[in-house]
Design a protein around this ligand. Structure first.
Ligand code: KG4
Length: 341
């Protein structure tokens, strides 16, 4: 049996996990800093680092106790190295270095974005590569060609706001709490669309032909703002939320179809915080049946958000490939690690 430790501290979740054989979660603890950051309607880097520092040791202690193992039984320590807030990444990195130094356990450095995709390995046998990795979170709206562990090629990216960011900004103008995703989703689910009613927001990037694959959500945010300005009555929040989601998700589906067309890859793994959205999950599921393509996304919502289990899961495969790093490893805000070497 191979026990691995996963450490995640790239943004506003502090998380530790112990995973067995790369696919079985023995213990997972996530401390969310949302309440701390919500008065600022966004993550404040300095506050995030301090909060990681305060919580990370106690989360580790609880995980070790729950797993009923000793440090010496760990075969590897997987830690998120990039991308993320550097001050926050350094807290996890330093914890990894300490445990490694004291107990001589190898460290593997994990790409946070890749870990979001491989987290499906905790719920399914990993499909054969290549995959199309669709990452929809607070910081990303991108599609990768995922060829093998550590081998990701960016196929499509956002020109401006990510999808999660759009949810958060639109929720702010609607007067909903931060982070906006779950609140907009709830409002949208309540909406009873009258038959034949037209979407008040324009189709996104309709000028793009079949070759061009990209995301852009700032136009949708502006369309919501103009719509609000045009109203003389209190805003219909449920209706706006409903059509905001419909417009935003239509672009996701269109881009996935284009990516399949362009690459002929029919295994699609969708991940990241926005995948917690039930409407998006069912839209993608329905699409996967008609398109068709093989769709994976994390079933458990805790695996959509940042967590140590996804780090330990990817770490297992890197450990098997002996991709160890020395104690002097670097962390980076950049998503392509080569950029910092
Ligand atoms: O991956 P994630 O947990 O972390 C960061 O990228 O920081 O994603 C957070 C994002 C936020 O923008 C949040 O509003 C969005 O995911 N989100 C959702 C839902 N739950 C979280 N968006 C839509 N619907 C949801 N249910």
């Amino acid at each position: 049996m191979v026990y691995g430790l996963g450490i995640e501290s790239s943004c506003d979740e502090t998380s530790i996990a112990i995973v067995r054989d790369g696919n079985e979660v023995v213990s997972l603890k996530v401390y969310s800093q949302i309440e701390t950051h919500s008065p600022y309607r966004g993550v404040v880097p300095e506050i995030a680092s301090r909060a990681h520092l305060e919580k990370i040791n106690s989360l580790l202690a609880v995980c070790m106790e729950e797993a009923k193992i000793q440090f010496l039984e760990l075969k590897y320590i997987a830690v998120t190295g990039y991308p993320g807030l550097v001050g926050s990444l350094m807290i996890g990195a330093q914890l990894a270095r300490c445990i490694s130094l004291v107990h001589s356990i190898p460290i593997v450095l994990v790409n946070h974005l890749e870990a979001h995709l491989t987290v499906i390995g905790l719920e399914n046998e990993l499909p054969a590569f290549p995959w199309l990795g669709v990452l929809l979170s607070g910081g990303n709206s991108s599609i990768y060609i995922y060829k093998g562990f550590g081998d990701l090629q960016l196929l499509a990216d956002t020109n401006d706001d990510s999808l999660g960011e759009a949810f958060d900004k639109v929720s702010a103008v609607l007067g909903l709490p931060y982070p906006g995703g779950p609140y907009i989703e709830k409002e949208a689910l309540e909406y009873k669309r009258p038959k034949g009613e037209k979407n008040p927001f324009p189709k996104l990037l309709k000028e793009d032909g079949p070759e061009k694959i990209r995301f852009s959500y700032s136009g949708l945010k502006t369309a919501v703002l103009y719509y609000l300005k045009s109203l003389t009555e209190p805003p219909p929040i449920q209706k706006i939320s409903f059509y905001f989601q419909q417009t935003a998700f239509e672009l996701v589906v269109r881009n996935i179809k284009k990516a399949i067309q362009k690459t002929n890859i029919k295994t699609v793994v969708a991940a990241g915080g926005v995948l917690a959205n039930e409407t998006l999950r069912s839209v993608l599921l329905a699409e996967s049946k008609t398109a068709p393509f093989q769709l994976y996304y994390p079933q458990k919502k805790i695996y959509c958000t940042d967590n140590g289990a996804m780090v330990a899961c990817l770490g297992y495969h890197l450990w098997k490939e002996k991709k160890f790093v020395g104690l002097d490893f670097k962390v980076s805000p950049k998503r392509n690690f080569e950029q910092i070497i």
